[in-house]
Structure formats: structure tokens, C-alpha cells
Design a binder for this molecule. Structure first.
Ligand SMILES: [Zn+2]
Length: 136
């Protein structure tokens, strides 16, 4: 079932991220100058400022390091409340914000292992694959 979501950020860099999701890949920018991941998508490295970035496919594995349940309708009816949001520390290091796929707030424990999966979603720009996380 396709889920309606808030509009994605699109454009240079972001389009490459979403193309990765469409291919079943969770891609994170990696800096060739300082050899660190740089996330979220930006035109230069968050660590050293270099614009020499490339995409690196993550393993999709990680652990939940923070979570919350939103009860405020920030997206004005686009997403039904309440909904759960998680912060996942990817195995490669970056922190990725997402939603749980097959578990809920009360099931979460600190550093619970998870892995990425991609669900069908749509926004004003059309259909896309959204990276969410399931129990590993
Ligand atoms: Zn750098």
C-alpha cells in the first residue's frame, strides 16, 4: 500500500539519493578529501568543506539510538498522528532519521538492531521508494 508523505527535498544531490532508494540502495555522501561520511545531503562536506563527494552504498544495517512518537499534526493531515520516528546509527556511522516499518514505540529498546527496507510512498512530485527500518 502506498503511503502519502510530506514532500521530499529534490534537486542536485537529493535526486541522486532518491534514485538510490528507487534501486534499493541506501546511499550516503562520502568525502574523498577527508574520507568521512557527510550526511544529510549537502553541496560540501560537513567535516572539511570539500566539494569532492561521492555516493557510497550503505549496508542498510544499524541500531536505534533514539526514538519518539509525534502526536502533533505538523504535516496538516498528510500523515495521520500519532506516528513513530527513529534515529538509526548506521553500521557505517551516520545517523539517519526514519520511521519503523514493523515495530512501534513500545517495542523499541536502545541499540535495537534494525535494517533498511523501502516502502512505496508518494508526495506532490509523484511515487517514490521511502527508506524505513525493520527489526534485524
Ligand atoms: Zn571532508
Amino acid at each position: 500500500m502506498t503511503q502519502t508523505r510530506p514532500n521530499r527535498t529534490l534537486g542536485p544531490g537529493h535526486d541522486d539519493f532518491w534514485a538510490g532508494c528507487a534501486a534499493g540502495e541506501l546511499r550516503i555522501q562520502h568525502c574523498n578529501a577527508c574520507d568521512k561520511h557527510s550526511w544529510p545531503v549537502f553541496g560540501h562536506c560537513e567535516h572539511c568543506g570539500s566539494t569532492d563527494l561521492r555516493w557510497q552504498v550503505m549496508s542498510g544495517k544499524g541500531k536505534v539510538v533514539s526514538w519518539c512518537c509525534f502526536v502533533q499534526d505538523y504535516y496538516r493531515g498528510v500523515m495521520s498522528v500519532p506516528y513513530d520516528t527513529i534515529m538509526v546509527e548506521l553500521a557505517e556511522g551516520p545517523i539517519f532519521m526514519s520511521n519503523p516499518a514493523d515495530f512501534a514505540y513500545d517495542d523499541i529498546t536502545f541499540e535495537m538492531p534494525v535494517e533498511v527496507t523501502f516502502i512505496d510512498a508518494e508526495d506532490a512530485a509523484g511515487a517514490f521508494k521511502l527508506p524505513v527500518f525493520r527489526k534485524a
